[in-house]
Design a protein around this ligand. Structure first.
Ligand code: 2U9
Length: 375
């Protein structure tokens, strides 16, 4: 009878039957049965040596206190064996037991030896040598700058909201007081989604989310809206068709230009350093009135003039202004009772300026030599 048959036959059934039931009536047949058990044990032990769980199952199968093969043999073969077979069964069992336990002990020692004296040491492997350094990634410079900027505004009570990148012309233009025929509208600057049932586009700024927020929540509002925006710019050293923005909005019953200026100065000092000065240059945006470009003293030359600030001593930070009351009409806010300021900044540009990166493409080429510079 082949081992496997014996195994799958003996494993269960043989140990649960008496030798009489198994038809063993002579000491020779008993010896043959025990010899077969030795072989089947060695086969399995050989295969299980290098597999912890397999080995564990084998030990349990043979030496389990209640349902282990050895204790069943004792109960079902030895105890009920007729006197003529007692000796053969007793000897067979003792030899088998001693062999099983010896193999298990030898394996335990082998494992122990491995753990106490891992191959590394045995093969006099110098553990003091540096390990294989697994290059772990870092947050991208854009992500780092995002978080730095959002923390600056969160610290003065602005909450962060994010919105959809695909927008409707209404939220991207109309509601921001950018009427039909406004140059910003023509598809020169804007990616329109072809084949959309109703006109849709890739947002050109995150402002739509400020409108959506004001539609949903009554004033006061203090939010910053980070996210990707898209413009049909021909990619060059300083422009890409997609870039990252953070826009901010504060609307309440008593917000003044001073609050606006104070917030701008606070931001510049937090982002570029406590000695940073700011200046506002008149500008124009459809959604703010008055509008300004915010400049800060150059963080490279502290205002004395250098290559970075083109000898002006000033660098442009972002655009901003007091919210144009025309916008409130689109969100059922009462322009008589409310005032606010808003700003918009290019995160990529601020990151490049602060960390001395000269080319936008460097940010998106995934060159590890470049990325590693900003751990
Ligand atoms: C609402 C009202 C007003 C957002 C503003 C700017 C000025 C601005 C540019 C900066 C660099 C875009 O990323 S950029 O190219 N943005 O200068 N953005 S004020 O004004 C708003 C927005 C929403 C309801």
């Amino acid at each position: 009878m082949r081992a496997s048959q014996l195994n799958n036959m003996t494993e269960r059934s043989d140990f649960d039957q008496t030798l009489a039931e198994l038809g063993d009536t002579t000491p020779e047949s008993v010896e043959a049965r025990f010899a077969e058990l030795h072989r089947s044990f060695d086969d399995r032990a050989g295969g299980a040596k290098n597999d912890g769980s397999e080995w564990h199952d084998l030990v349990l199968f043979w030496t389990g206190r209640k349902s282990g093969a050895l204790s069943k043999i004792t109960d079902n073969w030895l105890k009920p064996a007729p006197p003529t077979l007692k000796r053969a069964v007793g000897q067979g069992l003792n030899r088998l037991k001693a062999h099983v336990e010896a193999v298990i002990e030898e394996q335990r020692e082998r494992i122990e030896a491995l753990t106490d004296n891992p191959p590394a040491i045995r093969n006099n492997f110098d553990l003091s040598l540096p390990g294989i350094e697994r290059a772990i990634g870092t947050r991208h410079l854009i992500r780092q700058t995002y978080e730095e900027l959002l923390c600056i505004f969160a610290a003065i009570g602005f909450s962060v909201v994010e919105g959809p990148e695909i927008e409707t012309p209404y939220y991207n233009f109309e509601a921001l007081n950018i009427p039909e025929h406004h140059p910003a509208r023509d598809n020169m600057d804007t990616f329109y989604i072809e084949g959309a049932r109703t006109p849709h586009l890739l947002r050109t700024h995150t402002s739509p989310m400020q409108i959506r927020t004001m539609e949903k929540q009554p004033p006061p509002v203090r939010i910053v809206v980070p996210g990707k925006v898209y413009r049909r710019d021909n990619p060059d050293a300083t422009h890409g068709y997609m870039f990252h923005q953070i826009e901010g909005l504060a609307v309440d019953t008593d917000i003044t230009f001073c609050d606006f200026k104070g917030t701008v100065e606070y931001f510049a000092r937090e982002f570029l350093g406590p000695k940073t000065k700011t200046r506002l240059r008149p500008s124009y945006f459809p959604f703010t009135e008055p509008s300004a470009e915010v400049d800060a003293t150059c963080h490279v030359c502290s205002g004395s003039g250098c290559r970075v600030c083109k000898q002006s001593g000033w660098i442009e930070l972002f655009g901003a202004g007091m919210v144009n009351p025309a916008v409130y009409g689109f969100v059922k806010y009462d322009p008589e009772k409310l005032s606010g300021f808003a700003f918009g900044m290019g995160v990529d540009r601020l990151a490049m300026m602060k960390y001395g990166v000269t080319e936008v493409p460097l940010l998106f080429q995934n060159d590890a030599r470049f990325l590693k510079q900003f751990p």
